[in-house]
Design a protein around this ligand. Structure first.
Ligand code: SAH
Length: 576
């Protein structure tokens, strides 16, 4: 289980001292406060319900300094799986009560106990098993994994009913609990690295005390490695869940490594052989793979250096509602954020406590190198782009640098791209569906490609009657390109072709205007504008529907609607 840093939420200033006090027990935690009623918080929010539900959906442990009932009502509509939901704790504003509400299987009781300890009170624990046995069988401590969670509820019910139980194996947290272990019990709790079947009669816990050491990763492909690992574990009858990590020599090159870790869902650690703990015993060895075992669970962080991670994310055009939960979660988990200052500002709320490496626009390749170097040192790096990271943005820059400069230490980085909503989609949604059929997107910037290429593409797209999205239409140093693009378009499109000028989408000052191609001029746009040019099939009209755009703040005058026509009649006839 991934232990994530909790967020403490307060609704008023009176709760802030209590919140700060309990946060001393939760290193890295952040304080969220209602904007209208609190000061000196790490992050201000406007809407309590939305904020708390969002944190729950993202799996962030949440502590609310408010009535338990408020949290219950807020989260009731979004409650999900008890096995995966994050811990949620209610704490009285004056610190006199701590109530674990949700997340019994993901550590809420341990969290409540930690908080109660700093507040010098007893937590209001209501989990029956916990009360009776002073341990939470469904949620073992870090270092142990329950192999058969599907049986745990009935198992606990039996223990509460007095059915006898014995312990097979060794785990200090179980021996220290109040479970009345005897010999030859009707039920058994097994603690073992071996693969043994769990059942209603037997709970199986795997201590994460194995390390898989691979000496020459380039020997096999990812798929072959997965087979080798599965085979070797199966031959020794060892459970994959008992493996703490895969250890690989620091000098390793080759992208296969990231794949092995991901498929096996195991952390990769880069080691010099001397960095393996001395008390490990070899339990299986061949030239490709050595399996080591320790007496106690191993904390992978104690072994070598982490595998670096680099994710290029798109935050959407601006409004937080347009940022995907995946992107939010990725940013939260990062150690380092890299990006253009303005884009880092868009995610300020999520960046508390992280190293932020802001840079000016137009240094994409330097920024990519920096991000790759940080990741190669084991950091969890996020490169922040606006819109979609793969559309005129940083994903292509990072991949280009990775490919062309190919530093060996970059090859083992776990590289991911998280998509986002692009400006053209937000612009289209604001006005209807002008990109409803074939369209293409062209950047009018000639910084990365010669203008002749841009001009040829505009001409071809116009001739083929695509709807068009123009990115980077105009900047302070570049204004003639838009006029040139218009001239090219006019060779095959009429001056009446509808043009959408969408500026600051999802940001303060959002503006969406419809003009004709004849009216289009460099002064119509700037670098915060995306321009959509309708195809000859685009329909402009009026609808009677009450319409706000998806950022919730429509500033489009009237009820103008535009959409790409499907064929003839149909939707068009109804809407215009
Ligand atoms: N990756 C971004 C595009 C970056 S290129 C995306 O997918 O949206 C920068 C250009 O994108 C700007 O010049 C402008 O044309 C457009 N753009 C980005 N954000 C915008 C916004 N909020 N409103 C309007 N246009 C935007």
């Amino acid at each position: 289980m991934l232990v994530r840093t909790p967020i403490v939420v307060v609704l008023n200033q009176v709760s802030v001292p209590t919140a700060r006090q309990l946060m001393t027990a939760l290193p890295g935690s952040q304080l969220y406060g209602l904007a209208s009623r609190t000061t000196d918080v790490d992050v201000s929010f406007a809407n309590f319900g939305d904020t708390v539900r969002q944190l729950y959906r993202e799996g962030v442990p949440t502590i609310g300094l408010c009535a338990a009932g408020i949290l219950i009502r807020t989260l009731a509509p979004v409650l999900t799986d008890t096995k995966t939901e994050p811990p949620v704790v209610a704490v009285a504003a004056d610190g006199s009560a701590v109530v674990p509400l949700l997340g019994g299987m993901t550590g809420v009781n341990a969290l409540a106990e930690k908080i109660a300890a700093v507040l010098n009170i007893r937590p209001a624990i209501t989990t029956t098993g916990k009360l009776q046995f002073n341990t939470v069988l469904p949620d073992p401590p870090v270092g142990y994994r329950l192999a058969n969670p599907e049986h745990v509820k009935a198992f606990i019910a039996d223990l509460i009913a007095g059915v006898s139980v014995s312990l097979d194996g060794d785990a200090p947290w179980l021996t220290a609990s109040d479970i009345p272990f005897g010999v030859a019990g009707k039920r058994t709790i097994s603690v073992t690295t071996q693969t043994i079947p769990g059942s209603l009669d037997r709970l199986v816990y795997h201590p994460t005390s194995l390390v898989l050491a691979i000496t020459q990763p380039s020997q096999f492909t990812v798929t072959e490695w997965i087979d080798v690992i599965r085979d070797r574990l199966a031959t020794a009858n060892l459970a994959l869940a008992a493996v703490a990590c895969i250890a690989i020599p620091k000098t390793t090159v080759g992208a296969a490594i990231a794949g092995i870790g991901k498929i096996c869902n195991l952390p990769i650690r880069f080691v010099e052989s001397a960095q393996l703990p001395p008390d490990l015993t070899v339990i299986s060895h061949d030239p490709n793979l050595t399996i080591f075992s320790a007496k106690q669970p191993i904390d992978p962080h104690q072994i070598g250096q982490a595998q670096g991670k680099l994710t290029v994310v798109g935050t959407g055009p601006g409004s937080p509602q347009w940022m995907s939960p995946q992107v939010r979660e990725t940013i939260r988990a990062a150690t380092d954020l890299v990006g253009y200052h303005t884009y880092l500002d868009l995610v300020k709320d999520l960046s508390v406590g992280k190293e932020c490496h802001g840079s000016d626009n137009r240094v994409e390749l330097d920024r990519s190198r920096l991000a790759l170097d940080l990741a190669a040192r084991g950091k969890n790096v996020v490169v922040v782009s606006s819109g979609d990271p793969g559309i005129f943005a940083m994903a292509a820059a990072v991949l280009e640098v990775l490919d062309l400069e190919a530093k060996p230490e970059w090859q083992t980085i776990d590289l991911q791209i998280n998509p986002g909503i692009s400006a053209m989609q937000a612009a289209a949604a604001a006005i209807g569906a002008p990109l409803g059929h074939d369209f293409c997107a062209i950047s009018l910037s000639d910084l990365l490609k010669p203008w002749e290429v841009v001009a040829a593409r505009i001409a071809a797209a116009a001739e083929a009657d695509f709807a068009l999205a123009f990115y980077n239409p105009v900047s302070s140093q570049r204004s003639w390109q838009l006029a040139a693009a218009k001239e090219i378009l006019l060779k095959s499109r009429s001056t009446n072709t509808p043009v959408i000028l969408a500026r600051n989408l999802g940001r303060t000052g959002q503006e969406v205007k419809v003009i004709t191609l004849g009216e289009l001029a460099p002064a119509s746009a700037d670098m915060r504008t995306v321009i959509l040019i309708g195809s000859s099939m685009v329909v402009v009209g009026y609808i009677r529907l009450d319409r706000t755009n998806s950022s919730g703040r429509s500033e489009i005058g009237g009820a103008e609607l535009m959409y790409g026509r499907w064929g003839t009649g149909g939707l068009g006839a109804r809407l215009v």
